[in-house]
Design a protein around this ligand. Structure first.
Ligand code: HEM
Ligand SMILES: *[C@@H]1O[C@H](CO)[C@@H](O)[C@H](O)[C@H]1NC(C)=O
Ligand SMILES: *[C@@H]1O[C@H](CO)[C@@H](O)[C@H](O)[C@H]1NC(C)=O
Ligand SMILES: *[C@@H]1O[C@H](CO)[C@@H](O)[C@H](O)[C@H]1NC(C)=O
Ligand SMILES: *[C@@H]1O[C@H](CO)[C@@H](O)[C@H](O)[C@H]1NC(C)=O
Ligand SMILES: *[C@@H]1O[C@H](CO)[C@@H](O)[C@H](O)[C@H]1NC(C)=O
Ligand SMILES: *[C@@H]1O[C@H](CO)[C@@H](O)[C@H](O)[C@H]1NC(C)=O
Ligand SMILES: *[C@@H]1O[C@H](CO)[C@@H](O)[C@H](O)[C@H]1NC(C)=O
Ligand SMILES: *[C@@H]1O[C@H](CO)[C@@H](O)[C@H](O)[C@H]1NC(C)=O
Length: 351
């Protein structure tokens, strides 16, 4: 018993050292802002709902933004930091560049929140709430969002390139990438279900269409009808980079069609199809279970989103509450930029 506990502690320490952050998250609570910003959820909801009227994809983009925040030094809003003299922005990392969206909407949320509850709510918590609202707006599950994160004083572009899994990872690599974050195989399958909505560029899957793995043929685990469609959207040697729906069945709905797509070999990314088409994989029964019962998927998605939201959080005296999400407080580059953007931000917050 005693030696068992020593082993557990040793493993936890190894994990914390390896991942570079503390595993503490006991201070997060869904009621964290109950006294200090009671209307927080409604404020965030209103801004995202307004944005969704002209951008039906925004919910998906915000879910992804939270993921890309949490996998890089924890859910600390490091992804939001712009380049300055002291910051190498994660936005320029390969998985983010020309790909992450919603940064302007997050700034609009922050402005609206600051108007009601100045200096109170962290950008990391805003990203977490925005992800939950993104799910709800797509028709997906909601949950009580644990809150109380602080914002980082740093970003790490190298770590973003290292920790965010690319779409050509096989199942072994995907599992390893999630395990680094303390997420297991069930979490991998449930969270990949976020690809039930949103879009992807041709560049993220065209390796599957013409010359997969240097075979001179397409990916054999890609449905041939879907293959023909995708070849039209992404012609060989095209100079542009079209977008297409991650979920060909219900592109903007948060539902469990992602999993039935996989069963029909209609997964868009290699990393999606791997979950069902890797021979004898332990992910196959999980895909089948989520495909046959949407409530099972939703229950698991909720649990895994909360688990992801706990990764490497800063709490208490750690970090800070940024006044402008793109800049660490007192970063002179940030202050200058904030002043010049003031009038624009006020306009946005009143609309
Ligand atoms: C399992 C490993 C994952 C890989 C390899 C992966 C890869 C990708 C790629 C390549 C795109 C398209 C980006 C573009 O072309 O601009 C994408 C989009 C997206 N991803 Fe993932 N992803 C993974 C996991 C996740 C997770 C865990 C979530 C959230 C829980 C997520 C949510 C999304 C969403 C919602 C979109 C669409 C975003 C939009 O339309 O703006 N992904 N992902
Ligand atoms: C942050 O950088 C992005 C480009 O990466 C730019 O569009 C945006 O205006 C910058 N934000 C601020 C507040 O300067
Ligand atoms: C990001 O994309 C832009 C525009 O495509 C490109 O000019 C720039 O070199 C890219 N940045 C990085 C770090 O790859
Ligand atoms: C960024 O992450 C890399 C890769 O894990 C690490 O070697 C480096 O020390 C980190 N840089 C900072 C400033 O934390
Ligand atoms: C996955 O990719 C890694 C790295 O390329 C390779 O070592 C491993 O054998 C692959 N696993 C499978 C099951 O293909
Ligand atoms: C993954 O972790 C959750 C708890 O976070 C647990 O309920 C589930 O059984 C685990 N799944 C696997 C495959 O270990
Ligand atoms: C890619 O090709 C290599 C060698 O030809 C093979 O070992 C590997 O299994 C292939 N990977 C996939 C995903 O087909
Ligand atoms: C695309 O480029 C490759 C290599 O340059 C060439 O063999 C192929 O014929 C081209 N395909 C089309 C459709 O132009
Ligand atoms: C974009 O997709 C359309 C079909 O939807 C196709 O005709 C066009 O050639 C594609 N353009 C590029 C640059 O891939």
């Amino acid at each position: 018993m005693g030696s068992m506990r020593v082993v557990v502690v040793a493993v936890l320490c190894a994990f914390a050292l390896h991942a570079g952050f503390s595993v503490t998250n006991a201070q997060l609570s869904p009621t964290f802002y109950r006294e200090t910003c009671p209307n927080l959820f409604n404020i965030v909801f209103q801004v995202i709902f307004q944005a969704s009227l002209t951008d039906p994809r925004i919910g998906a983009s915000l879910v992804r933004l939270h993921f890309h925040d949490c996998f890089v030094q924890g859910c600390d809003a490091s992804v939001l930091l712009n380049n300055t003299a002291i910051i190498e922005s994660e936005q320029d990392a390969i998985p983010n560049n020309n790909s992450i969206r919603g940064l302007d909407v997050v700034n609009n949320i922050k402005t609206a929140v600051e108007n009601s509850c100045p200096g109170t709510v962290s950008c990391a918590d805003i990203l977490t709430i925005a992800a939950e609202i993104g799910s709800i707006l797509g028709g997906g599950p909601g949950w009580l969002v644990p809150l109380g994160r602080k914002d980082s004083l740093t970003a790490n572009r190298t770590l973003a390139n290292q920790n965010l899994p690319p779409p050509f990872f096989n199942l072994t690599q995907l599992k390893a990438s999630f395990a680094v974050q303390g997420l297991n195989t069930t979490d991998l399958v449930a969270l990949s279900g976020a690809h039930t909505f949103g879009r992807a560029h041709c560049s993220t899957f065209n390796n599957r269409l013409y010359n997969f793995n240097n075979t001179g043929n397409p990916d054999p685990t890609l449905n041939t009808v879907y293959l023909a469609t995708l070849r039209q959207i992404c012609p060989q040697n095209a100079t542009g980079n079209n977008l297409t729906n991650l979920d060909l069945t219900t592109p903007d709905q948060f539902d469990n069609k992602y999993y039935s797509n996989l069963q029909q070999l209609n997964g868009l990314l290699q990393s999606d199809q791997e979950l069902f088409s890797t021979p004898a994989a332990d992910t196959i029964p999980i895909v089948n279970s989520f495909s046959s019962n949407q409530n099972t998927f939703f229950d698991n998605f909720r649990a895994s989103m909360i688990k992801m939201g706990n990764i490497g959080v800063l709490t208490g005296a750690e970090g800070e509450i940024r006044l402008q999400c793109n800049f660490v407080n007192g970063d002179s580059f940030g202050l200058a930029s904030m002043t010049s953007k003031n009038s624009k931000q006020n306009m946005v917050s009143q609309s």
